[in-house]
Ligand binder design. Structure first.
Ligand code: BGC
Length: 938
């Protein structure tokens, strides 16, 4: 078809390119790589049998058509040949030691048992092959952190023993780390393999990307998005990581390289921004200018000084004077990747660095500019280079008198006193001194009361539809005035998981979730995990992307934007309006279990690349729900752990990436975190979601909670799942997720809060307006109006018939003990499927009762009816032609733990008649998990 937009082959190619761009070459002694054509390789390491395309949990559950692992890619390649004997040994080992999936959610072990290596096998292989490739794998995931233990952050004894044997026997050993984020690297010096590469978790095309780099079709250009220190205890966060009650962020703004470059250069094995190439580059400063208004303009000239083409990343850092505030010795304030440069070719790259990027936040007012970004007086040095350590001085400027660059308002400051790190220069270097972190002086509840919004009075239905707002026939305020309090409460309740109102198997639905709301012409939008592709729990396939860390290490905005424009088409193809991602929390510690989804220890790198991904998605009118806003730095007890952090660190480190995504990336959907920061659950923080996000950054999109999140009323007050009024007051517009918005299945306090004055109608109306403005930009809104673009027409053909059938689901609610299925709607012809989307208001055990007979069939006829629940086949009932009388068939379904499921009837043959079909609740499951309150430990 001419002008085809959806092109799976191009998507694959782009994903392969992106995954290759993120691969970081840490070591390449004796030019071990790239492999010459014809190289014979032996592939070691158990992970060759189970390539990790991503981590686990919500960020990894993408069902795919295929995955190209590293071994598979090498085996298929004509450039190299693989040793089959070695492979056979692993196949045998894995058949005896199968992959351990663990049981249930977040239970998959981070590593799989390594195969002990037989000396003979290694010796023989080293004679038969030119080089060894050793693959080490780790998964990662939600609800569990990495541990400073073997099999997690550390290599296991078995891995070390096998790796040693291989390195000893082979002249060339290449170690590939198929991991979510950085791991301990002490073993590199000890075992000394010739080459080491972080290949991360590269999505379904990841193996091909590795092949491209190993064979030199792609010259590696990935750079570390985190500092690799010698030991986990070198990281300043380690001491204050992993408490199940409170995390004091004592290291303050000195996260990652900001800490190491200031206090502890010696402990760094591989600096932030580091990564080798098969060629070498020269980076020279080619112009430097400081302007009082616009900040710094610096030009870099990059030249390929080696023999093969390649790309280089130029990084710009600032060193601000220590002043009174104290400053990290380096802060990234610009980066860019070159095009592919041929040998001797040069490229000039210009950076404009506004003063704001070089300024520091004065949370205590010590410079006389409380709650402002300031440039303290003194000398500012700008460094340009290819990593934080080797970047060289490019120019300097001086500020004569401390300047306030941007005035803010104190917000989300800690209420608890604690010490934070401050560098003090002693003539040789920086000493670690501690000072009191400034505490809160402004009460967010007072701010809220002083700034309550106003709303039009309730008018009842005046006949306006949402379209009238779009067409300017009525204002948003007057449109919302038609909605009753109950309607408004229902609107802020998102539904899920797997709501039948949206694409099958996705996480959430929001907007016109009740009949009354949809009667006003409000569509129901759908959102799905994210970030590594679309997760559809009913088994529908989608495309799986490289993980966040891999994409971050590309340091390449263009490839991120391009990749996510394809992702946008995948979303459109599946009729999903928003992806729950990218995840953009800061890698405060290498031990955070969810680092694989997140990008970096640096907020500028994170913010710029996330903005690029958003631009890609916005190209086709879908968006990303950037998450988790903010301060989710560990997985352990993430619903409850109180993160205690200074306002300066929040603003300079933990919020900065989000700020860039809002200001530059045009973000219009955000997910708050599960847990509290400075005593207030983020979902109910007025300061976070209103003072900073909306008033300061000018955000006008939606904020949704993470899936079942708490709220509380003030710092230190207990949190509860029912306290949704606190969330709406803060402008967390959507409480995710409820089984039924209409029936308030989550038992929230909204109506009570309205009656008792804890919440105003105007606040509810304000969140409704945020949601409606968002919905007006969604594809589902246009579909609801019956519009079908050329793109829609093209994408319609890009889903399988089975997936398409899920779009016409018939909705059924099991509220009491029984619910009938409309048998008239069940298609009974040969090969037909009918899908019911069932919502059970309580978690329960259910039977399906069918009254059926053979419809005028010869006695010998075989008439199978298969009943699937989500993707599971529950039962195939085969009637014969002799079943001429109506008969009762009762089947026990899988218990409805998640409230929503799909029931599919598939007739492999026609000839069955159905008289009635009903769902019968046989037993309720008592669920107290979302009840009660959680006390904060102060
Ligand atoms: C995760 C979110 C995810 C949501 C929906 C939560 O457990 O923290 O990142 O988007 O589930 O699956």
């Amino acid at each position: 078809m001419a002008n085809k937009v959806w092109d799976l082959e191009k998507f694959k190619q782009t994903a392969r390119e992106a995954a290759a761009e993120g691969i970081v070459l840490l070591k390449n002694d004796k030019n071990a790589l790239p492999f010459a054509k014809g190289t014979k390789i032996a592939v070691f390491g158990r992970s060759q049998m189970n390539y990790y395309k991503s981590g686990t949990g919500s960020g990894g559950m993408v069902n795919v058509d295929y995955v190209v692992g590293i071994y598979e890619a090498l085996e298929k390649s004509e450039h190299v040949s693989v040793n089959k004997n070695v492979r056979k040994a692993y196949e045998k080992f894995v058949s005896e030691n199968p992959f351990d999936h663990g049981v249930g959610w977040a239970a998959e072990p981070w590593f799989q048992k390594e195969m002990p290596l037989d000396d003979e096998l290694v010796k023989k292989a080293s004679k038969e092959s030119d080089a060894a490739v050793f693959i080490i794998g780790r998964t990662a995931g939600e609800d569990q952190d990495n541990k400073n233990e073997q099999g997690s952050f550390l290599l296991t004894d078995e891995e070390i023993a096998s790796l040693k044997k291989v390195c000893k026997a082979f002249d060339r050993t290449i170690v590939l780390l198929n991991v979510g984020n950085i791991i301990d690297m002490k073993w590199v010096n000890e075992i000394n393999p010739e080459a080491v590469l972080y290949v991360w978790q590269g999505g379904q095309e990841g193996g091909n990307a590795v092949l491209d780099v190993l064979c030199g079709d792609v010259n590696p250009s990935g750079k570390l998005s985190d500092t690799i220190a010698a030991d986990i205890y070198d990281y300043p966060s380690t001491e204050f990581f992993g408490s199940d009650t409170r995390n004091y962020q004592v290291e303050d703004v000195y996260v990652g390289y900001r800490y190491f470059e200031t206090f502890d250069k010696e402990s760094v094995l591989y600096p932030f921004g580091f990564g080798l190439s098969y060629t070498s580059f020269g980076i020279e400063t080619d112009g430097f200018k400081y302007d009082k208004k616009d900040g710094v303009k610096v030009d870099a000239l990059v030249t390929n000084k080696g023999d093969v083409p390649g790309k280089e990343v130029v990084q710009v850092y600032v060193e601000a004077p220590q002043g009174i505030l104290g400053k990290p010795a380096r802060v990234l304030c610009g980066f860019a990747k070159t095009d592919v440069l041929k040998p001797s070719e040069s490229q000039k790259i210009s950076f404009d660095i506004p003063k704001y990027w070089m300024a520091s936040y004065d949370d205590g007012g010590v410079t006389g500019n409380k709650s402002a970004y300031v440039l303290e007086d003194g000398d500012y040095k700008i460094f340009v280079g290819s990593d934080v350590r080797s970047a060289e001085l490019a120019g300097e400027f001086s500020i004569a008198k401390t300047e306030a660059v941007y005035q803010c308002e104190e917000a989300y400051a800690p209420v608890q006193a604690f010490d934070r790190l401050l560098p003090v220069f002693d003539g040789n270097g920086y000493l670690k001194v501690f000072e009191d972190a400034p505490t809160r002086t402004l009460d967010p509840n007072k701010k809220r009361k002083d700034r309550l919004p106003k709303a039009e009075k309730y008018t009842g239905d005046k006949g306006y539809k949402l379209k009238d707002v779009e067409e300017g026939k009525v204002t948003m305020e007057k449109f919302i005035a038609q909605l009753s309090d109950e309607d408004l409460c229902a609107m802020v309740r998102g539904e899920g998981m797997c709501s039948p109102k949206v694409t099958a198997g996705i996480a959430g639905a929001f907007g016109g979730v009740t009949d009354k709301l949809s009667g006003f012409g409000i569509p129901v939008a759908g959102c799905s995990d994210g970030p590594s592709g679309i997760r559809m729990d009913c088994g529908t396939h989608a495309f799986s992307l490289p993980n966040g860390t891999c994409l971050a290490c590309s340091f390449n905005e263009e490839i991120n934007e391009r990749l996510f424009s394809y992702e946008a088409l995948d979303l459109r193809r599946h009729r999903i309006d928003a992806l729950l991602g990218p995840g953009m929390n800061i890698h405060r510690s290498p031990l955070n279990g969810r680092n694989f989804e997140y990008f970096s220890e640096d907020p500028l790198l994170t913010g710029k690349l996330v903005s690029a991904q958003l631009r890609g998605m916005h190209k086709y009118d879908v968006t990303g729900v950037i998450k988790h806003f903010a301060g989710n730095t560990q997985e352990l007890n993430r619903h409850n752990v109180n993160n205690i952090v200074s306002e300066r660190a929040l603003r300079e480190i933990y919020l900065k990436g989000f700020e860039i995504a809002v200001r530059e990336g045009g973000a219009r959907a955000i997910m708050s975190t599960y847990g509290p920061v400075n005593g207030i659950w983020t979902a109910s923080s007025y300061d976070l979601l209103t003072t900073i996000l909306r008033n300061e950054w000018g955000y006008d999109g939606i904020v949704m909670t993470d899936w079942w999140a708490m709220g509380n009323d003030e710092a230190g007050a207990p949190g509860s799942y029912q306290n949704v009024s606190s969330q709406v007051r803060a402008q967390n517009d959507l409480n995710m997720v409820n089984t039924s918005a209409e029936l308030n299945s989550g038992g929230d306090d909204l109506m009570d809060a309205l009656e008792k004055g804890r919440l105003s109608r105007a606040e509810l109306a304000r969140s409704a307006a945020n949601i409606l403005r968002f919905l007006l930009k969604t594809p589902v809104y246009r579909h609801m109006l019956g519009e079908e673009s050329e793109l829609d027409k093209e994408l319609k053909g890009a889903v399988s018939a089975d997936e398409a059938s899920l779009k016409d689901t018939i909705k059924v609610i099991l509220a009491d003990t029984e619910a009938s299925l409309d048998v008239e709607k069940i298609k009974i012809e040969k090969g037909s499927s009918t899908v019911f989307g069932v919502t059970c208001l309580q978690k329960c055990f259910i039977d399906l009762e069918l009254v059926m007979k053979a419809d005028n069939q010869p006695d010998v006829a075989q008439l199978p009816l298969s009943i699937f629940q989500d993707k599971e086949l529950v039962k195939t009932i085969t009637l014969t032609g002799m079943d001429k009388e109506w008969k009762n068939y009762r089947i026990t379904l899988i218990p409805a733990f998640m409230n929503n499921f799909f029931l599919k009837f598939y007739f492999a043959q026609g000839g069955i008649a159905i008289k009635s079909a009903k769902l019968i609740k046989t037993q309720e499951i008592v669920d107290d998990s979302k009840k009660g309150i959680t006390e904060l430990t102060d």
